[in-house]
Design a binder for this molecule. Structure first.
Ligand SMILES: Cc1cc2nc3c(=O)[nH]c(=O)nc-3n(C[C@H](O)[C@H](O)[C@H](O)COP(=O)(O)OP(=O)(O)OC[C@H]3O[C@@H](n4cnc5c(N)ncnc54)[C@H](O)[C@@H]3O)c2cc1C
Length: 553
């Protein structure tokens, strides 16, 4: 007898499950029920339609029930909501919204892929129709219809969706204010690694308010007035709420399936829930953290698609199915001409979890500096002190951010150490990279640290005893002064000026990118100084988009 598969939720995880299931079994009966009018649409592309970068709405509606039927022989019911699961009877009650009819659909195996709902906190005024969330094509249509050039928008929440929305609204010549509760945008990353994005947003006229949240909304004539906790008031024609998501797991809870502490469905490595005939995948589930042996949640498109595939494999070839190995939480966001991203754990997350780590930040360029168009690129790596194993990495810059992030995600997945990074043989020709790629440099810098060649600090000392030596060229030192008193000894003149320094007092070397200060620290150390180097340099004071030929010593 053919197997009956029923899928609740027909977008990333659900559609991926159904497609793989069909490829494994031609005669299975596969039904998808989807609450919305669209199936298998590109939710990640929604912001770009609002901003006009994606011009065709049809491009986002990747499949329709008819194409899924034609290509995969799937029975797709849109505008059809699953209401309850009868586990004992192995059936699901569904409601066809257009007919207001309900029906019980039976299954041999059930896939729960209901995703997550954007948070809409219960604040005064939250029901104002000018306050939007972005989850599906209908949300996108509503926002696109509301947007007119010259309007004012407030985007609340500066995670990757908030950043994308702020950027895209700006493309439509909207005056945008971005509000974030934490003290930085893109809060998954460590604060110094998002400064570049923050400065780019400022340069494109986006106002940023950090460390503040919305307390209430109220109608104010043609505007909706946003009152922030600090007392600040912002009037807007439209508000985008992008403050996170909550797993859509009411059905699973009511069916008595095991849920994690934050309401996510608990699954095993083959995506089976506490009921072996019910699988779950995507934003609604808890998953395994790939770096440490922990539980985590990663509401992202990649994990959702791959988990759906794992579940289908387990249904049709349990003996061959490969377990889902867990997620790293790799994420990237662009703001106009710059990008930043993370893979694995951040420094602040490790600190909060009280886990031991070491970290270095290096600055270089995406390709050889003598080749036209070289632009700065910053890489931060974090590793386990005892083993050297990579725990996380972050990258920012103008070009080549995704490439480095992907290499580092692969390295973490492979359990590589910082030593392994030193000799990764990455593609190099002048338009693409450097003979020593910035990833190799990160490995070198980590090994220098491990070998005791240099002591590094990431915070400027508040101690008058410390002699801070700025080894940048004088014009650069004067044009972009360090935020503390310094002795400027340009690097090429250091050996000749050692007598300007007091050997009995500690020295900190600093420069623009952290490289020359390391070289200077090596000279001083070998001359008997007690010296530290300022890791990562004063890059924040250098225009990140300026050509590589700036005096960057
Ligand atoms: C604007 C936006 C941009 C994004 N950008 C990125 C990105 O750049 N990179 C990235 O990795 N991720 C991105 N994501 C996240 C990514 O889209 C999600 O992680 C992924 O879609 C989750 O897949 P899912 O199948 O779990 O849920 P979804 O894709 O949300 O699908 C769940 C579906 O289930 C349906 N459903 C729920 N309950 C029922 C029910 N009872 N009956 C019937 N149907 C039901 C819902 O209507 C929904 O359509 C973005 C998300 C959004 C909203």
């Amino acid at each position: 007898m053919s197997k009956k598969l029923l899928v609740i939720g027909g977008v990333a995880a659900g559609a991926s499950f159904a497609a793989r299931a069909r490829r494994l079994c031609e005669n299975a009966q596969i039904t998808i029920v989807e609450r919305g009018p669209d199936v298998s649409f590109a939710n990640c592309g929604l912001p770009y339609f609002v901003g006009g970068e994606i011009v065709s709405r049809d491009a986002l509606a990747v499949q329709t029930p008819a194409t899924l039927n034609a290509m995969l022989n799937l029975n797709v019911q849109t505008c059809c909501e699953a209401l309850r699961i009868d586990r004992a009877g192995k059936r699901v009650e569904v409601c066809y919204q257009d007919r207001s009819e309900t029906e019980w659909l039976s299954y041999d195996k059930l896939m729960l892929a209901p995703g997550a709902t954007p948070l809409r906190p219960d604040l005064p005024g939250i029901d104002d129709p000018r306050i939007f969330v972005m989850r599906n094509l209908q949300d996108m249509d509503r926002i696109a219809a509301a947007v007119e050039s010259g309007m004012r928008a407030v985007v609340i929440g500066a995670g990757f969706i908030g950043l994308e929305m702020a950027e895209q609204l700006r493309h439509r010549e909207i005056v945008v204010q971005l509000i974030e509760l934490q003290n930085q945008v893109f809060p998954q990353l460590d604060a110094p690694m998002v400064k570049l994005i923050e400065s780019e947003l400022h340069q494109h006229g986006i106002g940023i308010t950090l460390g503040d949240g919305v307390a209430k909304f109220e109608p104010a004539g043609e505007f909706v007035r946003c009152h922030l906790s600090s007392g600040k008031v912002l009037d807007a024609d439209l508000v985008i709420l992008s403050i996170g998501v909550r797993p859509d797991t009411v059905l699973a809870r009511e069916a008595g399936l095991a849920l994690g502490p934050h309401g996510h469905i608990v699954v095993n490595e083959f995506q089976q829930t506490s009921d072996p005939d019910i699988y779950a995948a995507g934003d609604a589930v808890e998953t395994h953290d790939r770096v440490f042996d922990d539980k985590t949640v990663v509401p992202m498109g990649g994990p959702a698609n791959r988990q759906g595939r794992v579940a289908a494999d387990h249904v049709f070839m349990p003996e061959k199915a490969r377990p889902y190995p867990g997620s790293l939480g790799t994420a990237i966001a662009r703001a106009f001409g710059v990008a930043a991203g993370i893979t694995g754990w951040s420094e602040k997350r490790l600190k909060t979890a009280k886990r031991a780590y070491e970290t270095v930040t290096v600055n270089d360029h995406q390709h050889a500096t003598y080749y036209p168009g070289a632009k700065p690129l910053t890489v931060k790596i974090i590793w386990e002190p005892d083993t050297g194993r990579l725990l996380g990495a972050q990258v920012n810059g103008c070009e080549g951010v995704d490439k480095r992030l992907d290499v580092l995600a692969t390295a973490i997945t492979a359990g590589m150490t910082v030593e392994d990074l030193c000799h990764l043989e990455l593609a190099y020709a002048p338009p693409f990279g450097s003979a020593k790629d910035v990833i190799n440099l990160a490995g070198f810098a980590a090994c220098n640290r491990i070998d005791g060649l240099v002591e590094q600090v990431t915070v400027l000392p508040d101690d008058e005893q410390v002699q801070i030596v700025d080894v940048r060229p004088k014009p650069l030192s004067e044009a972009f002064p360090a935020p503390c008193p310094v002795i400027n000894i340009p690097f090429p003149t250091l050996r000749a000026n050692l007598d300007k320094l007091d050997r009995n007092r500690p020295v900190l070397t600093l420069c623009a990118f952290g490289k020359m200060s390391y070289f200077a620290a090596r000279i001083l150390k070998q001359h008997g100084f007690n010296v530290q180097s300022f890791s990562g340099g004063l890059k924040a004071n250098v225009d990140p988009r300026s050509p590589a030929k700036l005096p960057t010593a």
